[in-house]
Design a protein around this ligand. Structure first.
Ligand SMILES: [Mn+2]
Length: 336
């Protein structure tokens, strides 16, 4: 735990989808963030990313005065068979290990991933938030009846076995490569969708994951929004993982409601107090970075580039951290 008054350099980065395009990098630089998280950058490579392409993308980002804090999510096709334990998974895992090594050799320290074979689900992408901003929403009762997305049902025990098989293969490689793997929660965090059990929807599941293969090279991308969707008290969970050094980075967003029914919202109007989030991180000695995530779309925002929504969330986080630096974050739990 950080002593009172110690300066912990939590910093703000911003997520960029695809590309990264010149436009997105210019936008990030204009906002004044320190780094970027590249969400599934558009790189060549079948089943793996070569080091030269990764190095080129890092240099492009650095030419804008930014750094690559993480790459988040390879294409799902790099490990979809691994996620379902299907034939061909060993070949995919070999490729994934090559990608991890390449990420490390390219000078990038974090690779985020998720365990959602059929992705993020919402039942509306144009729900109305504050004064009519567009937000996404989920209502379990509105999920249409449909055949399984991947041909049959995949149960919880089976999904844990596939996850463990993958994790045991990739974590030692990440350790050697100097890369930290960061696992995102299931979104939405429900028992199953499209016939596939969803594992990472509770405190117990994340604890089980980090205890399966204990390593500094494996931790959490703590998505406050997804944790908020679980309907639990998020701050103690955040504290627990932070104190154990298991938070690699943080997605700071929020929702109103929780499963089975929630919708996204601005920071400070959801279930979780964002001030408590940064205080908790600071008190527990976190020195990584946080980014925004899905954001409400304001007037004139486009689906392609929600620049106003991202600017609001990013500016909010920069302000929170600036205030924290000024006043410090004295512990409310003396003696711990
Ligand atoms: Mn997230």
């Amino acid at each position: 735990m950080a002593p009172v008054g110690r300066s912990v350099a939590v910093h703000v980065a911003i997520g960029i989808d695809g590309g990264p395009s010149e436009r997105a990098l210019t936008y990030a630089a204009q906002l004044g963030v320190a780094g970027v998280v590249l969400h599934t950058p558009s790189l060549p490579g079948e089943g793996r990313w070569p080091v030269d392409d990764l190095r080129r993308v890092r240099e492009l980002v650095e030419r804008h005065g930014l750094r690559v804090d993480a790459i988040e999510n390879t294409p799902a096709s790099f490990y979809d068979k691994a996620m379902l334990g299907l034939p061909g998974r060993d070949e995919q895992i070999r490729g994934y290990c090559e990608t991890i090594r390449a990420v490390g050799q390219a000078g990038i320290g974090v690779l985020g991933f998720h365990w959602m074979p059929n992705g993020v689900w919402r039942t509306a992408w144009d729900a109305a938030g504050r004064a009519g901003v567009r937000v996404s929403a989920f209502d379990a009762q509105r999920v249409p009846e449909a055949p399984p997305t991947h041909g049959r049902l995949y149960g919880e025990a089976e999904q844990w076995a596939s996850f463990e098989y993958f994790l045991r293969a990739v974590v030692p490689v990440a350790e050697e490569a100097g890369v930290r793997l960061a696992l995102h929660p299931d979104d939405p965090p429900v028992e199953s969708l499209g016939g596939i059990a969803r594992l990472f929807r509770s405190f117990a599941a994340f604890r089980r994951a980090i205890e399966l293969v204990p390593s500094p090279a494996f931790g959490l991308n703590f998505c406050v929004g997804s944790w908020s969707e679980m309907g639990i008290d998020v701050i103690p969970a955040l504290r627990w993982f932070t104190e154990r050094g298991k938070i690699v980075y943080v997605h700071l967003r929020d929702v109103q409601g929780a499963v089975p029914r929630f919708q996204e919202c601005f920071l400070a109007e959801g279930n979780v107090d964002p001030v408590e989030v940064v205080l908790t991180l600071r008190r527990a000695g976190f020195d990584g970075f946080m980014i925004d995530d899905h954001v409400p779309a304001l007037l004139d925002d486009t689906d392609e580039f929600v620049s106003r929504g991202h600017a609001h969330a990013t500016g909010y986080m920069l302000g929170l951290l600036a205030a924290l630096e000024r006043v410090g974050a004295p512990s409310t739990t003396p003696g711990r």
